[in-house]
Design a protein around this ligand. Structure first.
Ligand code: SF4
Ligand code: MG
Length: 314
């Protein structure tokens, strides 16, 4: 469904001295129809920027993104609007993306108004159907966001994202702001909707447990780069990249045969405006050698479907 080809997203630095912020730096990968592609990485690694770039909320500085075979990189306003029917985003904070002065009904009308569909279909019936899909009721139509719980607000966010029958949904920390018990309910709902409506998710979270629970495949990002991509069970069985190893060693594995020691990484994530030379992870990597400071490792297939960017496997 999505093919990202050498995508770069650079932002201007704060002043002339600081270089461009390389939020996403030469990332290539595919998202298959019907899968949940999870993305993990520490905050500031470029996950959210990448998610937004996939649906052109942020334009790519370089490279191409194909959605259903169509290159969306150069799309102009009207074509972009059509594309947005296919791809939607759910944000972390449902309170921040629902207009507090509008009722649920008015909020749910928005996508139909934007796409001039209000005269062409029975929008009220469709809104009712959408509310039922996310486990809410017509009772909620006249409510304002402040009268809803966090979980209910996120359900409205999901219902609104589904209004135009998209194929791809970017979930950017979609459950991170919710209480743990509500998180599980919303994750279950997303899972149900995926199966029922044949959706594809690009699922971004800093919470490894959550990404691990929902993903068919997982991409690990470090400082603007994709350093490992594999199916969930491949990654569960073997992590090649030292960063992935450290990151995932933090997840308690109840049924793991060879339980791993937790690997503690030292040092902060360096600035994306001045990333280290060679492998960007080399200043924190427990397995770094001389080559690592000089050569940039490329993402290579180490076993079928399992990609790693590390010189150890070169
Ligand atoms: Fe570590 Fe070197 Fe591999 Fe980078 S290339 S992850 S520094 S071993
Ligand atoms: Mg983010």
């Amino acid at each position: 469904l999505v093919h990202a080809d050498h995508v770069k997203v650079y932002f201007k630095g704060k002043d002339k001295k600081s270089g461009a912020v390389r939020a996403v730096d030469d990332v290539s990968f595919d998202i298959m129809k019907g899968e949940t592609f999870g993305v993990v990485g520490e905050s500031g690694c470029g996950k959210s920027t990448l998610g937004r770039t996939l649906i052109k909320l942020i334009p790519a500085t370089d490279g191409h993104i194909y959605l259903d075979g169509e290159d969306i990189s150069g799309l102009k306003a009207s074509a972009l609007k059509q594309m947005r029917k296919k791809a939607q985003i759910i944000f972390q904070d449902p309170s921040a993306c629902l207009n507090p002065r509008r009722t649920v009904r008015q909020i749910m009308m928005e996508p139909f108004e934007i796409h001039h569909m209000t005269g062409k279909m029975d929008v009220d019936a469709r809104i009712e159907e959408l509310l039922h899909l996310v486990g809410l009721d017509t009772y909620h139509l006249s409510r304002y966001p402040h009268e809803l719980s966090g979980g209910q607000k996120q359900r409205i966010g999901i219902a609104r994202a589904l209004a135009l029958e998209p194929e791809l949904i970017i979930c950017d920390e979609a459950v991170s702001a919710l209480d743990v018990s509500v998180q599980a309910q919303v994750l279950n709902l997303l899972q149900e909707l995926k199966e029922r409506l044949g959706l594809t998710y690009f699922f971004i979270s800093h919470n490894l447990n959550v990404v691990y629970q929902v993903s068919d495949r997982v991409g690990v990002m470090y400082l603007g780069k994709m350093v490992e991509i594999a199916a969930y069970d491949q990654l569960y069985a073997k992590r090649y990249h030292p960063y992935t190893e450290a990151l995932l060693s933090a997840i308690p594995q109840v049924d793991a045969v060879d339980r791993q020691e937790r690997i503690h990484l030292t040092g902060e994530v360096p600035s994306p405006s001045n990333p280290p030379s060679g492998c960007r992870f080399h200043i924190r990597c427990p397995k770094a050698c001389d080559r690592c400071a000089k050569e940039v490792p490329e993402l290579k297939e180490v076993e079928p479907g399992h990609y790693v960017a590390c010189l150890l496997y070169d």
